[in-house]
Design a protein around this ligand. Structure first.
Ligand code: FER
Length: 289
């Protein structure tokens, strides 16, 4: 009998960044949030389960049908309306990455059951806005398409979600967060569209992050907005200076934000843990000061 060989499928990971141990910490690079309990993504048989689905939308930006993953909370019904988090992956990922790295469905089921997070929809799109949006070959070559994704998100993804799902309108009900390239997209798109988003969460933001003065050109106006800003990076991640320069600018300009430097590197544990803490403050904007 001939047993067919299974094809070897390459599972993409975020790039392993070199010299991770050589990061020098500044005095206020502190761990604001503790390590979460070990069981935050444990499947608990008695806990109501949300649904994870893959759906397609027509992208006028790219000119193709594109896929996104979406989590709807337990008991999701058209009779209620829900806030939405747009959650963006890294340079080596796609719409499946957050689920693979953080088991978003189990994380949310547990947070909702514990009363720590409201019923919320999580949209995980593919942030590589080009015809071939697979994470293949030299993943860095697709970096420009992560900027093009701003248009796809605003003109294609959000309108599709808001007409297809039972969604609360308004900036106070939209959050954006992401890891690495997706963290840079989050800061660029989030600060660029504070009329659309009230919560911004960037974990291990990559060098696609705009310079802070371009990101927040009018600090006096931004300071007055009800805006929840959460920035994190691992102490062993050599991209730390990117996040730190954003944090320092916000701090110097007295713009309220959270800054969490934990002991991790450029890795899924950092992303899962910081999504866990970010979510517990999202949709509850910090009062203007
Ligand atoms: C870079 C280093 C890292 C870069 C992007 C990344 C575009 C992204 C890493 C990731 O998403 O994990 O110089 O330039």
């Amino acid at each position: 009998m001939i047993i067919p060989l299974m094809p070897i499928v390459a599972i993409h990971q975020e790039p392993v960044l070199s010299n991770q141990q050589k990061v020098t910490l500044a005095a206020d690079d502190l761990q604001t949030f503790p390590e979460p309990p070990a069981d935050i993504t444990k499947r608990n048989p008695g806990t109501p389960a949300g649904k994870l689905a893959t759906v397609s939308y027509s992208s006028t930006t790219v000119g193709t049908e594109r896929k996104l993953n979406i989590y709807t909370p337990p008991g999701y019904t058209k009779d209620k309306k829900y806030p939405v988090l747009y959650l963006l992956h890294g340079i080596g990922g796609d719409e499946t990455e957050w689920q693979r790295f953080a088991t978003v469905d189990l994380l949310l089921d547990n947070l909702i059951k514990a009363g720590k997070v409201r019923d919320v929809i999580i949209v995980m799109p593919n942030g590589r806005a080009q015809k071939n949006d697979k994470a293949e070959g030299n993943v860095f070559a697709a970096a420009p398409s992560f900027a093009v994704f701003e248009k796809d998100l605003l003109t294609d993804v959000i309108p599709f979600i808001e007409k297809t799902y039972s969604v609360l309108p308004g900036r106070e009900n939209r959050a954006i967060a992401g890891l690495s390239m997706g963290g840079g997209q989050t800061l660029n798109f989030g600060f660029g569209h504070t009329d659309l988003f009230s919560s911004i969460g960037a974990f291990s933001a990559a060098p696609n992050t705009r310079d802070a003065a371009k990101l927040v050109p009018d600090p006096d106006a931004t300071r007055k907005l009800p805006l929840y800003i959460y920035i994190s990076c691992g102490a062993k991640d050599n991209l730390l200076p990117i996040s730190r320069r954003t944090h320092v600018y916000l701090k110097d300009n007295k713009i309220p934000h959270l800054w969490n430097v934990d002991a991790h590197a450029h890795d899924p544990t950092h992303w899962r843990n910081n999504l866990y803490w970010f979510l517990q403050g999202a949709f509850k904007p910090v009062a203007p000061r």
